[in-house]
Design a protein around this ligand. Structure first.
Ligand code: CMC
Length: 379
């Protein structure tokens, strides 16, 4: 039925893609055929970027060359750092600062044009520079000077280093790298579709990534990881039983952040991996508070039949607690999601532009007809 209205574009097929596949019925996510669990446990974020951008997992030599190219792009022009400084001083939110800075990065990009090669070259620059921008913002906000990137560290390790000024321990680096891999791509989610719509006009990839950041910032999308952590802190500060908090929230008609998903009808596979990671980190540190709260909430909602109805934990339910155990401030969680998802946005823009058709849906018009125009001085 051509005229069937699909609110929220639910289930509407708009493109073909080789990049990632989500089976929401069984809780499966693959990137180019590889199960997310294998990639999260066995591949670095750099390998995953290569896979998404170039179609196959790299050999050791290909990865070395790819990593060197990425590392070479980490420095950010002083003007951008000055803008980041001004935004931090003005109290701007990190996602908004990242959106502004990403847009500004294009001013210093020497390339122009709309070939797939340009998209991937510029995409590599954006991906390499986002961690530098974010870490600088956080450092300035804390009254510290930005830390220059360390070319000897991985994408994940270098970000944690620039954030704290200290080289991360292997467990933190590995955990963070895993989180980046888990968030890198996820079919045509709202932010990826935003980037694709922008890309379909043949606008440059800076525009696509900037738009993606804007879409990701909302609480129904990437903003939920921050909301989950704020809830856990609220529960902790009020000494409320987590189950009571859930009951009160539901009685008030509120939603539980970190639960529910447009595609998954069972527990998100990324949430399972992060839950396991949280369990390991909590047990090795001896601090199981966030694990206890999240487990209590999940058990309660399972008992209440919510999970069976398809409103199950999504990736955001556990990512915040994992980031907290790495010492990352709450409002940096969504920017970190953006730092990872930029890889997916760029891959989708490049893929779509290869066989581009302008994305231009329509709305069913429900406004008035034949309205009689009255000049302004007669209204
Ligand atoms: N808590 C309680 N009830 C919920 C929740 C929730 N978190 N999520 C959905 N529902 C209920 C909703 O009230 C509605 O019930 P009813 O049919 O009785 O009105 C039903 O489930 C369907 O909800 P919907 O809003 O039509 O479903 P959607 O597919 O449009 O929404 C969602 C998906 C993610 C926006 C929604 O589940 C939600 O708001 N979750 C909380 C925010 C969140 O965790 N977002 C992160 C998503 S995963 C990461 C990412 O991809 O960005």
């Amino acid at each position: 039925m051509a005229d069937e209205l699909k609110r929220g574009l639910e289930g509407v097929l708009v493109a073909e893609s080789d990049l990632s596949y989500v089976d929401g019925e069984v809780g499966k996510l693959v990137y180019r055929g590889y199960d997310i669990e294998d990639l999260a446990r066995g591949a670095s974020y750099e390998e995953v970027l290569y896979l998404l951008w170039h179609g196959s997992l790299p050999t050791a030599a290909e990865l070395d060359a790819f990593t060197a190219d990425l590392v070479a792009e980490r420095d950010v022009d002083d003007d951008v750092i000055e803008t980041v400084r001004a935004l931090a001083d003005a109290g701007e939110r990190p996602m908004a600062a990242l959106r502004t800075a990403t847009s500004m990065l294009s001013a210093y990009d020497p390339d122009d044009g709309d070939s797939e090669e340009t998209t991937l070259t510029q995409g590599r620059r954006i991906t390499a520079k986002i961690p530098t921008v974010l870490a600088a913002f956080e450092r300035v906000r804390q009254g510290n000077e930005p830390v220059a990137p360390d070319p000897d560290l991985s994408h994940a390790g270098n970000f944690l280093y620039m954030l704290t000024g200290t080289e991360p321990d292997p467990v933190s680096e590995e955990t963070f790298d895993m989180a980046l891999t888990l968030h890198a791509d996820h079919g045509l989610n709202a932010s990826t579709f935003t980037a694709m719509v922008i890309g379909s006009t043949m606008a440059d990839v800076y525009s696509g990534v900037t738009g993606g950041i804007g879409a990701l910032s909302g609480p129904l999308h990437g903003g939920a990881n921050q909301d989950v952590m704020e809830v856990l802190h609220e529960i902790d500060a009020s000494s409320k039983d987590p189950v009571q908090w859930v009951k009160d929230t539901r009685d008030d008609g509120g939603r539980i952040p970190g639960f529910g998903h447009r595609v998954y009808k069972v527990k998100d596979p990324r949430a399972k991996i992060l839950e396991e990671k949280l369990r390991d980190l909590s047990e090795s540190s001896g601090d199981t508070k966030w694990l206890d709260y999240t487990t209590a909430i999940e058990e309660h909602l399972t008992d209440q039949g919510l999970v069976e109805k398809g409103i199950a934990p999504n990736v955001d339910f556990y990512s915040g607690s994992v980031y907290d155990s790495l010492g990352i401030p709450v409002d940096m969680y969504t920017p970190i999601f953006a730092m990872s998802r930029a890889g997916g946005w760029i891959a989708h823009v490049a893929e779509y532009q290869e066989d581009n058709r302008l994305i231009r849906p329509r709305a069913r018009y429900t406004g008035p007809e034949n309205a009689e125009f009255v000049p302004i001085d007669e209204r």
